[in-house]
Design a protein around this ligand. Structure first.
Ligand code: G6P
Length: 608
């Protein structure tokens, strides 16, 4: 995720900004840059890759500057490269800007700027913003920023400096955090307190829709409608380590709790409620091409493969297109039947998984259109596909995937409604599905509030050596993913099964020592799942049920119930997985396991 640091004060800005960027490294990034203001004007240095590459580039440069802004970029629009890295400047090289977030209407703004004689040099949404500020600049930097931001739709945290305004940083926020640090006759601005905590623990948090005018001695905050605001200074009493994890004990827990936000990011700007359809322009496919798809093959590994299975249930049901989901490691070595009406979807958080990449390349050799569903922008899979959709989950640091999984599933719901509307579902049906999608983030938020009950259940079972997870229909892949989460981080043997398959094997394992997690939602197969529950109970298995709010009947038949809000059946995996992530997390913590970096596992498997 992108990071911002800015400094204005009496000290040399370069080392302060570089240290600040290093403090933000944990967020993940793919390029970095800095702009320093001195008597000779603005100096900008940018590089693709890590901060030490930027440091090497700057070594030996003698710049006396006490003011600057710096950025680590995690690409969203345009590949990670020196050109696309921030800061971006206007054509005259007078204004420099760093930006976190996504400008959704940047295409319209770009057209507007081109018509007004501006030349656009990069593929980024950010460059548009600096030109827009230049366009409205009339001797007052804060005002130019204010007018420009009034044209912007989307999210931003920005810091701007100008050669015409020494000792001034203008910062603004909408959806992307920004904090101002108060030192002794100096000010810092950052996307995250960890970048400024070495200098001060006195901070002011900017709120959405606010602009700050910052000089070494004072700051002034107004809304983008120019209403004056006063903010209380907070004293931060956390260690740096605690702050990087946002106050959570582990990155995995932080990422679990980020899901309401990451799910909102996955759908932002992609819903056309009026027509009951989604917009996924990155697929690079016209409506008639989408209509002509005869078969879809989804390939992936690990958690991403589970997301693919959920996609299969959704797409087949709503779009009536046959879907096959295959482990990439299998697909690459057999002789799959590919024809020109087949589309291959490669799903990958990292975009670098060796097997997924190889399977995808194999399909390409057969002339198949290959699309990607990827988190890391500019990754190899993203680059080599014919088109695709970024899931915008931000950097996932915990090895066990959580927020990337739900964002993958979320994007698959968008794909489903798009394909469905091309083929058989009506506008009202599409609208209803989209309404359900929009309510998911709030419902996830509600489930996350229930962590104490889940922790209590974890404490009753954390010493067990085996777990069984059961689900039916679209919640069968959720059972697989729940079991995978537990085995990855707690080293407990766990298996996921379709509930009805239990009697073909796993039932032999059930006794009073076997906890069985059953996803038992009020849908068409509810009664069948209840029969499975009776079979487990008859053998003294311990049952933890995931059930819908209001289902009081189930509470009498199982040992524990974790309630989740109701949603449509096809969207239910986005909710039912949340308690399973938390259950795995708490059990692993209670067993003293290294949750973020489990033994033997890698975040990105770039070897076979
Ligand atoms: C590794 C990770 C898993 C991930 C899998 C696929 O095994 O530990 O969490 O699901 O790779 O990775 P990808 O980046 O392709 O989604």
């Amino acid at each position: 995720m992108c990071g911002i640091v800015g400094y204005v004060g009496p000290q040399q800005a370069l080392p302060i900004l570089m240290n600040g960027l290093k403090r933000l490294e944990y967020r993940g990034y793919d390029s970095a840059g800095i702009a320093l203001l001195s008597n000779s004007g603005l100096m900008v240095a940018k590089t693709a890759g890590k901060i030490n590459v930027l440091e090497q580039k700057l070594s030996g440069t003698e710049i006396k500057s006490t003011q600057g802004i710096a950025h680590t970029r995690w690409a969203t629009h345009g590949e990670p490269s020196q050109l696309n890295a921030h800061p971006h400047t206007d054509a005259e090289g007078e204004i420099a800007l760093v930006h976190n977030g996504i400008i959704e209407n940047f295409r319209t703004l770009r057209e507007f700027l081109i018509q007004n004689g501006f030349t656009i040099r990069t593929e980024t949404d950010t460059e548009i913003l600096v030109h827009l500020i230049r366009f409205y600049y009339n001797g007052h930097l804060t005002e130019a920023v204010r007018i420009a931001l009034n044209q912007v739709e989307g999210t931003y945290g920005i810091a701007v400096i100008s050669a015409k305004h020494p000792n001034l940083i203008v910062a603004a926020r909408m959806g992307s955090p920004l904090v101002i640090g108060h030192g002794e006759k100096e000010k810092l601005v950052a996307s995250d307190v960890s970048a400024l905590l070495e200098h001060t623990n006195r901070v002011v948090y900017l709120e959405d829709g606010e602009i700050a005018t910052i000089t070494p001695d004072y700051y002034d905050i107004t809304t983008i409608q120019n209403v004056k605001i006063s903010h209380r200074i907070h004293e931060v009493n956390m260690t740096l380590e605690e702050i990087e994890k946002g106050g959570f004990d582990h990155f995995m827990l932080k990422e679990i709790y980020e899901q309401p936000t990451t799910l909102r990011n996955a759908i932002r700007g992609r819903l056309n409620q009026e027509e009951g359809i989604s917009r996924l322009n990155g697929l690079n496919l016209q409506y008639d091409e989408l209509r002509n798809i005869k078969r879809i093959v989804i390939t992936a590994c690990g958690t991403s493969w589970h997301a693919g299975l959920i996609g299969e249930y959704m797409i087949e049901e709503l779009a009536r297109i046959p879907v096959e989901v295959e482990y990439a490691s299998e697909l690459r070595y057999r002789s799959p039947i590919f024809d020109e009406d087949t589309i291959l979807f490669a799903i990958s958080q990292s975009g670098e998984t060796a097997d997924t990449l190889a399977a995808m390349r194999e399909a390409k050799k057969h002339g198949v259109t290959v699309l990607g569903l990827v988190n890391v922008v500019g990754s190899t899979i993203a680059r080599e596909t014919d088109g695709g959709v970024y899931i915008h989950a931000g950097p996932e640091i915990g090895v066990a995937s959580t927020k990337a999984f739900t964002s993958q599933v979320m994007v698959l719901t968008l794909l489903t409604v798009l394909l469905g509307r091309m083929r058989q579902i009506s506008v009202p049906a599409g609208q209803e599905f989209l309404e359900g999608i929009q309510k998911i983030p709030d419902k996830v938020e509600r489930i996350l509030k229930n962590c104490d009950q889940i922790k209590k259940i974890a404490s009753a079972y954390y010493k067990k050596n085996n777990f069984l997870y059961l689900g039916r229909g679209i919640n069968f892949p959720v059972a697989l993913e729940g079991a995978l989460k537990l085995k990855e981080i707690s080293y407990i043997h766990a298996e996921g099964y379709p509930a009805a398959e239990m009697k073909h094997g796993p039932i032999a394992l059930i006794d009073e020592n076997m906890p069985v997690v059953v996803i038992a939602l009020k849908d068409a197969v509810y009664d069948k799942v209840m029969s499975n529950i009776s079979e487990i109970k008859a053998r003294n298995g311990k049952i933890i049920a995931i059930a819908n709010e209001g289902d009081t009947e189930i509470a009498e038949r199982v040992n524990h119930v974790i309630y989740i809000p109701k949603t449509s059946r096809l969207l239910s995996p986005l909710l039912s997985i949340i308690p399973l992530q938390l259950l795995a997390y708490y059990i692993a913590v209670m067993r003293g396991c290294h949750v973020d970096q489990p033994r033997n596992l890698a975040k990105s498997v770039t070897v076979e």
